[in-house]
Design a protein. Structure first.
Length: 215
């Protein structure tokens, strides 16, 4: 696995110079950006039940997605390595497929309920089997998601980790899903593919028809 240098990009530096933020940025890099997970970061990840992640293929086409599970479902393997399970889903494997082409990955952990803070983790990803991971780390719980067996694991070798500030992070309270909610909407596979109900034109169509009436 190639080493990734956790230094600012040329684009960052160019815009910092243009907007006069270089001094503030340098202070942020010096104090907040770490090439390893601090103890507080490891504890934070161990409490989280969700993470947003981004990948891209070799063309630079990006994909952003979401993972969730019991608190600590993303395992901190050491201060420079994370692992999270990939379960059977829709069969597309968009993120995992991108990783086979381009190992760069970004993760964003967000605490919406207690401390209202976020943690960015950027690094280098590789896919391993459940057997491989447990052979190297036998302490990982076998039933972190009861009834589900990982198809693969994504291992992330960190090259930088830093805070996402609390400004504008909303407060969200965990709550059970309302009874009957699933019956009042289309199934997941149909949610964005069903035609518009009769008498309820899409927003785009409504705006076009409104413009035509004005002409």
């Amino acid at each position: 696995m190639s080493h990734i240098d956790a230094t600012p990009s040329q684009g960052e530096r160019l815009l910092q110079t243009h907007l006069g933020t270089s001094e503030r940025a340098d202070a942020f890099y010096d104090r907040q950006v770490h090439p390893y997970l601090t103890e507080a970061m490891r504890d934070f990840i161990g409490r989280q039940s969700m993470v947003f992640l981004s990948t891209a293929d070799t063309r630079g086409h990006c994909d952003a997605t979401f993972r969730a599970g019991p608190p600590g479902f993303v395992s901190v393997l050491d201060d420079r390595t994370l692992g999270y399970p990939e379960y059977r889903g829709n069969g597309v494997l968009a993120s995992a497929g991108n990783i086979t082409e381009n190992p760069h990955i970004g993760l964003l952990f967000m605490d919406f309920t207690r401390d209202h803070i976020g943690l960015h983790v950027n690094g280098h990803a590789q896919l391993v089997s459940d057997h491989e991971l447990r052979a190297a780390h036998p302490w990982i719980p076998a039933d972190s998601a009861p009834g589900r067996q990982p198809v693969l694991w994504t291992l992330v070798t960190l090259h930088e980790a830093y805070v996402h500030c609390s400004k504008n992070i909303p407060h969200l309270e965990p709550a059970p899903r309302p009874l009957g909610l699933a019956r009042t909407r289309p199934k997941d596979a149909d949610y964005f593919t069903n035609p518009q109900p009769h008498g309820r034109p899409s927003a785009a169509r409504s705006s076009v028809e409104g413009a035509q009436r004005l002409l």
